[in-house]
Design a protein around this ligand. Structure first.
Ligand code: PLP
Length: 429
């Protein structure tokens, strides 16, 4: 049976007149899997429905924020109650205190926090803070980590081991990119070389401690501990960009999982309960450099928005329930093991950590570096993707994207998904 997609297709045609590529964020355009994007009408729990009425089990979960699933009643009730009192004041509210208190009392890695409106904004502010604090200009990032569309981080590696980045977007001045050093992930020598080359010049290292925006490129504790040490020796700040990993593997994210103390942590996605919220946090000493206490300017008209804060409070309160993360991990293992059983020719592997998983078409046992991903394998993903859609399974529309399990996913969902994989895989062989 071919599924109906006329309404989504018509909406996409209209959208192309309004937005570049018909979308407000590029990956939504389905370019890497081909075909038209689905226009989503509604979501409830682990399921979404598109404009043509097709129902899907959703493993994209808005790219991670919806750890309780869609339209969670507790989040909706909190949002409803708050918004009836007004949606924005541009003045402090009690709700900002509440969300901050909730986060800080369970997180020993940061002492003060500042709320912003997106992950990109959190990262941009954290970089400025690191530069302001250290009075140094250069920053070091890893090839294969995504940190939002911050100018100085839209860079890709050049040809050497340690290189100044090449801009990966038009509109980013060469002079910006010249302040960003790019090295491969999971490569101590490259990091050491960078510190030798740019002694006393590097303000910060920024890393996704669980790199999950270009496949799932697990780094492990040892490499992260090495970064901690080399940063301390060189008086360079270590930034954990936990926009995707924060509140995902455990309440304290990757810092908590590996028990490593970064200097600054950025958050986004889950923190806002499905609303646009980001945050950055650090020790009091570092955060006291932020305006109005200190010289590093950073502001936002809608920062700490009360409706978004109440959604964040409702969602994070649920995350603190006993066994919340254990249950998510158990569910993820069930799904991953189930899919592996119906994957007899080992066409791909599922890598996972906590409730994040990634389908990698590889024969390698581990992949912890961007250049180990076989770009040609994305053709398989494309075929698998559309076969799964027809069977009612929705993944993020790119083979470089990870999937997410939410509290709302059920074992029934998983059994259906495993079955869908089994049927779809026959198309691949
Ligand atoms: C999603 C993401 C960002 C960007 O957040 P936006 O809210 O999309 O601006 C930054 N860093 C990481 C690690 C992310 O996963």
């Amino acid at each position: 049976m071919i599924m109906k997609t006329e309404k989504s297709a018509a909406l996409f045609e209209k959208a192309k007149n309004y937005f570049p590529g018909g979308v407000n964020s590029p990956v939504r355009a389905f370019r890497s899997v081909g075909g038209n994007p689905l226009f989503i009408e509604k979501g409830k729990g682990s399921h979404i429905w598109d404009a043509d009425g097709n129902e899907y089990i959703d493993y994209c979960c808005s790219w991670g924020p919806l750890i309780l699933g869609h339209a969670n009643n507790k989040v909706l009730d909190a949002v409803d109650k708050t918004m009836r009192k007004g949606t924005s004041f541009g003045a402090p509210t009690r709700l900002e205190n509440e969300l901050a208190n909730l986060i800080l009392s369970f997180n020993k890695y940061i002492q003060k926090i500042r709320f912003v409106s997106s992950g990109t904004e959190a990262v941009m502010s954290a970089i400025r803070l690191a530069r302001g604090f250290t009075k140094r200009d250069k920053i070091l990032k890893f090839e294969g980590c995504y940190h939002g569309h911050v100018d100085s981080l839209l860079v890709k590696a050049g040809s050497g081991l340690v290189t100044f980045g090449n801009s990966s977007s038009a509109g980013v001045p060469e002079s910006f990119v010249n302040e960003t050093v790019v090295v491969p992930l999971h490569n101590k020598e490259a990091v050491q070389e960078a510190f030798e080359k740019f002694k006393n010049e590097i303000a910060c290292i920024i890393i996704e401690p669980v790199p999950a925006n270009n496949g799932l490129l697990l780094q492990g504790r040892e490499f992260l501990e090495f970064l901690r040490e080399i940063c301390s020796i060189n008086k360079t700040l270590l930034i954990f960009d936990e926009v995707i990993s924060g509140f995902r593997m455990c309440f304290c994210g990757a810092a908590g999982l590996y028990n490593i103390q970064p200097d600054i942590i950025t958050y986004g996605k889950i923190i806002g309960g499905g609303f646009p919220v980001g945050a950055y946090g650090a020790s009091k000493e570092i955060m006291n450099h932020v305006s109005p206490d200190g010289p590093v300017y950073q502001a936002g008209t809608l920062s700490g928005n009360p409706v978004a804060m109440s959604a964040g409070i409702a969602q994070l309160t649920e995350c603190l329930a006993p066994n919340f993360y254990l249950d998510l991990e158990e569910k993820t293992k069930y799904l991953v093991n189930g899919i592996n059983k119906v994957n007899p020719f080992k066409l791909f592997k599922l890598f996972h950590l906590g409730s994040i998983f990634w389908i990698a078409f590889t024969e390698k046992e581990t992949i912890n570096n961007a250049n180990e991903i076989d770009a040609n394998s994305m053709g398989y993903f494309k075929t698998l993707y559309h076969a799964l859609l027809e069977k009612g399974v929705y993944l993020g529309p790119s083979g470089y994207e990870v999937g997410f399990i939410s509290q709302a996913h059920s074992y029934e969902d998983f059994d259906k998904t495993i079955k869908a994989f089994e049927i779809s895989l026959k198309k691949l062989v």
